[in-house]
Design a protein around this ligand. Structure first.
Ligand SMILES: [Zn+2]
Length: 425
């Protein structure tokens, strides 16, 4: 009698254990049902199924207005790739229900259901303003209106510039054109709506191909001036024997490091406009070097290093006072390697100006400065041969040609129509 009871108990334990194994431990489950909460024009879902081998049939259906649209019917796998084209399936935009069924032993069924929003209309982008032409190395601005709330980006060659909201569905972007931009490259607006429908619109703009000069600079004979500079910039003893190596290190490695830092600062701009009117050029100054110059450094006629010049060099009298070229907020003051003592002013919405080789600062980080306010005095700090101001403009960290920003008419024709808050122009 006792033995029989133990036997029955054992059988029960085995049944319960098997049941637990099949119904709980190895129950097939769909892990990412929530991916169906919205369906754009083309939706790709990698449906993940746990214990897929324990189920025999997977069905994915979309229900709308009493109709059933089959998306998938077949063997379940640990990962099932689904590509859904709601328009091709005959679905309407709006609400729907996605149902996923996993069948086991032909009578057990796991069922999942989720409400889904179907939207296959990409945002409509209307270019309200774009400049007639931009130059490589130059700047520009576009203004757009969009049919629905979207994530907007401006792509210029391989660079991305943000859009800022003006009002309602109107946005603008301030952008720089890289110096190596060619007419076969394009400027595009990429708009993505909330469910992921994307439109790409080409900005209709001409490219004025500007030629930037190339200069050769012979270093032989300049060791006397350069050796103390290189020694102090690298913090090590430099002499004639390691001079070329040291120059390369400063002109390439240190320059890259300094320019990356400047570009990083340039990407953290405030979303407001501080500036107005044209930008100021250093008073009574002579241009001694242009933006976009390529410099080829030689030693005894042999090329040893190259670099690009990302600003204007402006020379006046020794220790000339330097004015803020426009109103803004000081976002950097400090020593910056080859740039020496440097001030960076944020003018808002990605636009910044930079002042280098200064002797001292008359402002500190965080200060709000007015156009024309003295921020420092010129000197030769960093890798500068004579007393001058290195002046640069950048947009979202990209150095652009300052010449356009000194030109009131250019600003009026190319920037203001895109950024001004009034919509009636
Ligand atoms: Zn310079």
């Amino acid at each position: 009698m006792k033995k029989k009871l133990i036997g029955i108990l054992l059988v029960l334990v085995v049944i319960v254990a098997l049941g637990f194994y099949f119904l709980v431990l190895t129950k097939p489950r769909v892990l990412n049902v929530e991916e169906f909460s919205s369906i754009p024009r083309k939706k790709i879902v990698r449906l993940k199924i746990e214990h897929a081998d324990k189920a025999q049939l997977l069905r994915v259906l979309i229900l709308q207005n009493g109709k059933e649209y089959v998306v998938y019917e077949g063997k379940p796998m640990p990962e099932v790739l689904l590509e859904i084209h709601p328009k091709k399936l005959g679905l309407k935009e709006g609400e729907a229900e996605v149902v996923i069924e996993l069948s086991r032993f032909y009578f057990l069924k796991e069922k999942y259901s989720i409400r889904s929003h179907i939207d296959y209309t990409p945002p409509l982008v209307n270019v309200v303003f774009s400049p007639y032409a931009v130059m490589n190395g130059g700047s520009g601005a576009v203004r757009v209106s969009v049919s629905e709330e979207s994530d907007l980006k401006l792509s210029v060659k391989d660079l991305i510039f943000p859009f800022y909201k003006i009002a309602g569905n109107t946005y603008f972007s301030l952008f720089g054109v890289p110096i190596d931009f060619s007419p076969s490259d394009s400027i595009k607006i990429i708009a993505k709506d909330k469910v992921g429908n994307e439109s790409v619109v080409l900005v209709p703009v001409r490219i004025r191909q500007k030629h930037y000069p190339v200069y050769k600079i012979e270093l032989k004979g300049r060791e006397k001036v350069l050796i103390p500079k290189l020694s102090s910039l690298l913090g090590e003893e430099i002499n004639k024997s390691n001079f070329i190596q040291a120059f390369k290190k400063v002109n390439e490695d240190l320059r890259r490091e300094n320019e990356e830092k400047i570009s990083e600062i340039g990407k953290k701009s405030e979303e407001r406009i501080y500036w107005s009117g044209k930008f100021l050029q250093l008073k009574n100054s002579k241009v001694v070097s242009l933006y976009g110059e390529k410099r080829i450094y030689t030693y005894g006629g042999k090329q040893i290093s190259t670099s690009y010049h990302w600003g204007y060099d402006l020379a006046s009298v020794k220790n000339s006072p330097v004015e803020a070229s426009n109103s803004g907020r000081v976002v950097f003051t400090g020593f910056l390697g080859i740039y020496g003592n440097t001030v960076i002013i944020d003018h808002g919405y990605g636009l910044m100006s930079i002042y280098s080789h200064l002797a001292e600062f008359r402002v500190k980080e965080g200060d709000i400065v007015k156009k024309g306010q003295i921020i420092g005095v010129t000197d030769t700090t960093g890798l500068a041969f004579g007393d001058h101001l290195h002046f640069g403009i950048m947009i979202n960290g990209l150095p652009v040609n300052p010449i356009e920003w000194w030109d009131k008419k250019w600003i009026k024709n190319n920037i203001l129509p895109a950024i001004q808050s009034s919509t009636s122009r």
